[in-house]
Write a new protein. Structure first.
Length: 368
């Protein structure tokens, strides 16, 4: 195997894929890479053919409104893959797009590897049919997924969660230029423009009363700095940092976090958090009808119990965020119970070296 086309659609996938590409290059430096992704993949030598800033659409209705762009993306991607003629297509998360590309690639005789399994245990369980037909090798990152796939009659591999590696690889190279005299409340509003616009003003307004804290917003690296100008003007008490989410989490005392990978990152850094999820009204109603899970945050899903409070849709309010922040800040026993649960969860996610183990297994699989 010499040529790999990698497909990533979101910031979290860019992080995990870049660590995997790094390990694969260490084992086989002759690998040639092209694909769709972000700045982190580009730093690992992947020739980007499309950037994730052009790809993230959140919610059912938002997808419908952008259907022409999405269909054009399929055409563009197929053309780029045909031009590159890879030995393998490496798909990372982003199932709505990637599973369609998997089926197409398989029909063209291209080997298909899927890293970060679609969450078919939550919704669209019927996708198992496409996975069985089109995916040659699947890597899961959540501990319960291996058993789920075993029941479905499909063999997958699990080597732990790559966020453990990401944290261990983290180097605090630059100190954040914020006051050291105060504790910090971190705000992680997400990486998609739509989700940030729906929630960030509520999150910031909720923190206005905490004058004894530095309020610091982790800005998405895929969004331009100009996007945050209106928030900086409306909330001058807050500070905004780019590309330093781990620096922020390593020094934060509490956090308000958008549901998704960020909830798990926050937990791995042992920061007590309140989780927020808010989409368009219609998208939420459709999701509520289709999705079959008890929780939305990865922390609660992995632990199979409520560890962190989830504020969903109409519950994402200034009053309710403040209520939970007050409890986190002033109830030490409650905070300690969360930190203890975090430690349990981290043990479940396995030891470091996940990306390296997957790289070794993957290259070994295709050289048998």
């Amino acid at each position: 195997m010499n040529k790999v086309f990698v497909l990533v659609g979101e910031a979290s996938g860019d992080l995990h894929a870049s660590n995997l590409v790094k390990e694969m290059n260490l084992i086989q430096p002759s690998l040639c890479w092209e694909g769709w992704g972000g700045d982190l993949l580009q730093k690992q030598g992947v020739r980007l053919r499309n950037h994730i800033r052009n790809l993230s659409f959140m919610g059912f209705i938002e997808v419908i409104f952008n259907i022409r762009t999405i269909l054009n993306n399929f055409k563009l991607c197929k053309k780029q893959i045909e031009d590159f003629q890879p030995d393998m297509l490496l798909l990372v998360d982003y199932p709505g797009f990637n599973l369609r590309m998997a089926r197409w690639a398989k029909s063209k005789g291209i080997s298909v590897t899927y890293y970060i399994s679609p969450q078919i245990w939550a919704w669209k369980a019927s996708r198992i049919k496409v996975i069985k037909e089109a995916v040659d090798k699947m890597y899961c990152i959540l501990p319960f997924e291996k058993d789920y796939y075993k029941k479905e009659g499909f063999d997958v591999s699990y080597f732990g969660h790559p966020l453990i590696d990401a944290k261990n690889n983290f180097e605090n190279q630059k100190e954040l230029n914020i006051s050291k005299s105060k504790s910090k409340i971190a705000i992680l509003p997400g990486s998609r423009e739509q989700e940030v616009n729906r929630k960030l003003h509520i999150m910031l307004e909720a923190t206005r009363k905490y004058a004894e804290f530095n309020i610091v917003v982790a800005c998405a690296p895929n969004l331009p700095s100009s996007f945050y100008t209106k928030y900086k003007e409306d909330y001058p008490f807050a500070e905004f940092v780019f590309g330093k989410t781990y620096d922020l989490l390593s020094s934060a005392d509490f956090a308000i976090v958008t549901s998704g990978t960020a909830t798990l990152e926050t937990a791995i850094f042992r920061v007590p958090q309140v989780v927020c999820y808010k989409s368009s009204f219609l998208s939420y109603k459709i999701a509520k009808f289709l999705v079959n899970i008890r929780f939305i945050s990865l922390v609660n899903l992995i632990m199979d119990r409520e560890v962190v409070i989830e504020l969903i849709q109409s519950d994402v309010t200034i009053i309710k965020i403040r209520k939970e922040l007050d409890r986190l800040i002033y109830d030490n026993a409650y905070k300690l119970s969360i930190l203890n649960a975090y430690d349990e969860m981290i043990n479940l996610l396995g030891n470091k070296g996940c990306s390296k183990k997957i790289a070794q297994d993957l290259l070994g699989f295709y050289t048998k």
